[in-house]
Structures are given as C-alpha cells and as structure tokens.
Design a binder for this molecule. Sequence first.
Ligand SMILES: [Zn+2]
Length: 489
Amino acid sequence: MAINLEFYNTLNRKKEVFEPLNPPNVGMYVCGPTVYGDPHLGHARAAIVFDVVFRLLSHFGYKVRYVRNITDVGHLENDADGGEDKIAKKARLEQLEPMEIVQLYTDQYHKAMDALNMLHPSIEPRASGHIIEQIAMIEEIMENGFGYEKDGSVYFDVVEYNKKNHYGKLSGRVVEELLDNTRDLEGQDDKKNSVDFALWKKAQPEHIMRWPSPWSVGFPGWHLECSTMGAKYLGSPFDIHGGGMDLLFPHHECEIAQSQAANKQDPVKYWMHNNMITINGQKMSKSLNNFITLDQLFEGDHEALDQAYAPMTIRFFILQAHYRGTLDFSNDALKAAEKGYRKLMNSIATASKLSPGEKSTSDIPALVENCEKAIKDDLSTSILISHLFEGVRITNSVKIGEETISKGDLSLLNKMFEDYAFNILGFQAEADQTGQGVIGPLMDLILDIRQDARVNKNFDISDKIRDALTTMKITTKDEKDGTSWTYDE
Ligand SMILES: [Zn+2]
C-alpha cells in the first residue's frame, strides 16, 4: 500500500514518507484538552489539524485508531510541578466537585467540536480512569532505575536517564543547559535535579483528587497519562503522536523519556506539531483580554470581535494556513474567510447543477491530481484550497458560457469537491444549499410566489419579497430556467 504521503516529523526535523508500522492499521494519539475552562481557538486549531490527518488517512484506505485524551487530573498550574491542579482550583473557585467541572467542560468541548464538524476520535480516554495503569508504569520506571521516591512523591531522574538515553531528542533542549538555567530553583523541592519531573505527587490534606498508591495517597504527574494511555490503546511503539507546539517541551519530551524508561523503546514513529494562534499579532492570553472562546466567536460576544463567525468560517480560516505556520486572527482575516467560504460553497452547489457540453476547455484530471499532491505533501491545506478555487473559477466560467466541460469531467469535478472539500477538509455545506432541510423548498416557494406576482403585475408583493431577501443577504438571479439564489459572498 504505497500512497506517498509525507509528513514533517518533529523528531527528525524533516519531511518523511509516511510508512505505518502495521499497515493498513494506523495508530494516532493526540493530546486533548485539560477540561477546566471553555474551549478556545487553540483547542480548535489542534483538533481541526488532526481531524484532517484522521480524515486523510481514512480516505486513502488506512484503518485508523485515533485516540484523543481528556486530561481531568494532574495538570498543575505551572510546568515545573508547582501550583494547584487546574481542575481542583476551578472546582474550589466555583464550589463544585472536580468531576462536575470535568463534566461541564468536557461537554462544552464536545459541543464546540461537533459544531466545527470534527469526527469523533475512536477512543477518548480520561486520565482519572487510568490511575492503575499509571501506577504500574511508575513501578516499571523505578525498577529500571530511572525513578526515585522522596517523601511520598516519585520523580523521574532526568540526569540518570540522560546517561544512556537522549533527553532532549525531540525538543532539542540540552540537559546541562536546562540545569544551568534552573539552578536557582534547586533546593526548593524534593527533586534531586531541577530538571526532574513528577511521576506521582503526594496529595496535600486539602487536595481533593487523590488515589492510593504504594508511595502515598496522591495523584499522577501530568505527562504520565499520555505515555500510559498511548501504549495501552495503540501499543508501543505506535505511528503518530500529535499536539500543539506548546506541548513539545516539556510534555512530549517527558512522554518519550517515560516510555523509553519503562518499555526500553522509543514510543512514537512520527511526531507532528501544529503551530500556535496569535490574536492581532499578540499571543493569546487571559491577561491581555484577547482570549476568545469558541462560543464567543460563534456568537460574536467579545469586545475584540466585530460580528459572529460561523463554525465553518473558523474551520476554513484555520485550514487556509499551513499547520506548521503561525496563524494570526483578526476580524479582517475572518471576514475574508467568511467570504471565501461562501464563494466555495456557492460554487460547489452550482457545479452540482451544471449542464455538461461536448468537451472540456480546462484540464480537470490535472486539477484533481494537484489537489491530491497538495494534501499528501505534509498536509498543505492552503495549497489544496487554492486548487479548489481553480475549480470554483472553472465552475463559474462554465455557468456563464465562457467555458465548457464534458460529462466525464463534470462528474470528476463534483467528486473532487466531495472528496477534498467535504470528506478531507471536513467542510459542511449549509443544509439548505444541498437541498436538505426546509430552507431549499421554502425558497423555491417564495421565488414562485414572487414570479406569479410579477406576471400579475403585483409589484408591491414582488418588491417586498426582493427587499426582504436582500436584508437576509440572499441574492436572487433570474435565469432562463427560473430564478436561482445564493448567499451573498
Ligand atoms: Zn499529552
């Protein structure tokens, strides 16, 4: 099964031909959200990028098991094993049970993901459901000499590990430099070296989320859950591990160290990372007040937003950029995306109703080939979208009679839109444009009434209908076989 797909592998810092370990099966693990707040743009980008990877692999015949976890315990406020557990803190502030917080924000996350037309992962495991497996992994790490206990907590010995392994192979960090940079912190906790990280933390008396273990009543370190659940559901090693660039260090570096220390095996063949989102050129953060949740975007309910943006506008906007580049969010960029997306959807609807001619004036098979080439070249969604717009151009030229398209090429063009716009990029036509739902038939009825009114010279009624449709941003066009309508672009 050679499909010549290439991905950029962060581990080797280059594009590589994708060759799964056990074809046609592919195992993919993506770090999911820590569910202590509303889902935001950062969540959307990571989820959309790997949703496209999932769709792409499935489209080309792989049997993909896609695991995306829910972090519901162990993620502390800062990466150096300090501060409160994010979920426990939110629970304290809102006076709820931690698991109520988890349920609330897991539901919010799912709702937003469904709105963005994300396929569900094959398995969505929770950290708190895998405490037994995490304890077993800590025991293996300790048996192999890479973990030590101090006062009920267990730490990973990075310096010991780095003697025979390479801590930093993914992120390019160097242990000696990390030690130099963090020397000030030494002696502030129970760690042997400042670079060590927690595998198990003893719970303070006020800490609510706690489980028994051989070392103390406590909770697992954040990095451990992904090592454990990845190996449990996908085996070791598995094919693809994805996540945002912000997780590369320390989270993913620690995952590699833990798995290597426990199983004596590099856990993952291809590491893929999507880049971050900035807002008007600035990093997104709660303190800059530019932290926009997905609900706020969908409802236009944030001072940084001029208007509401539909989930498909967001999806289109995110996929218009290559996943490894940064992406800057602004109202202007979003409005342009909204316009572009409508244009694409209007043309796809038009293409499905075109009449074929004798021959084609454009090379449709070459266009389809270009689409395939783009998406297989490290997920170049931006280039793929530009090819789809070549399809838009051809569609519109055929429609006004400037070009012709043969019957075979027309069905190829429609299949191209179906495969690449809908199945792989995961766009969704508004139900009424595909003839589903009630809007389509209602529009037909309204346009019929308008036509009758005009025939009977009842211009009050026909003008009233036209004006109302204009306010609804619907354009009508009188053509030889009746009146057609589209959303304004
Ligand atoms: Zn993770």
